[in-house]
Write a protein that binds this ligand. Sequence first.
Ligand SMILES: Cc1cc2nc3c(=O)[nH]c(=O)nc-3n(C[C@H](O)[C@H](O)[C@H](O)COP(=O)(O)O)c2cc1C
Length: 202
Amino acid sequence: MNNIKVKLRSPKSDESITNFLRTRRSNLVRLMSTPGPSKQELSEFLHIASRVPDHRKLNPWRFIVFEGESRRKFGEHLKQAYLKANKNASTDRVIFEKEKFLRAPLVIAVISSPKICSRGTPQREQLITSGLVCYNLCLAAQAGGYGAQWLTEWCAYDANVFSAMGLDASEAISGFVYIGTVNEPPQERLRPNVDSLILNWT
Ligand SMILES: Cc1cc2nc3c(=O)[nH]c(=O)nc-3n(C[C@H](O)[C@H](O)[C@H](O)COP(=O)(O)O)c2cc1C
């Protein structure tokens, strides 16, 4: 017998995936510009995003995609919703909110769309799954060479935005994932002391 350990996975791909995950950071939307992903890339990202753990295969999410002119058109709904909630908003702020989706070439709303399940997958688990979709979408876009940031902001919680997007009463917005080209690598941020988060049960 010798001491050679068999590697089950390719060391090269193993190393690059580990490194990608170890150094992953979100990209700031304010640093995003064109170009955005092509149709084919977008489809690929949405397929990867949808490859998530999902208790009882309920697919409790869906996507609403904003790109090109639709980002500008939706801005009118954002403006009206913002003004309803903030009657004394400054003109500058209203313009900023109206142009929110123009910050990146592609904005994808990930909708939590819980399913009634006779065997009872809790709604909480279905919501978690839609969060995984947001995260996987960010990873897919970044692995594809784009910047990505998962934001909610006020518009993920506004009833007028929900109705403009055609959400039904059981649905919610898990996040808006902004995707675009970034030219600057993000700075590292403070990370948790992971050891302090671990309890070894005895
Ligand atoms: C559910 C969720 C909602 C978020 N919403 C916002 C937001 O509205 N505004 C914001 O500045 N960051 C928001 N973030 C944080 C960023 O997406 C990102 O995680 C953070 O800027 C940096 O973390 P990272 O580089 O480790 O990904 C949100 C994150 C999550 C998970």
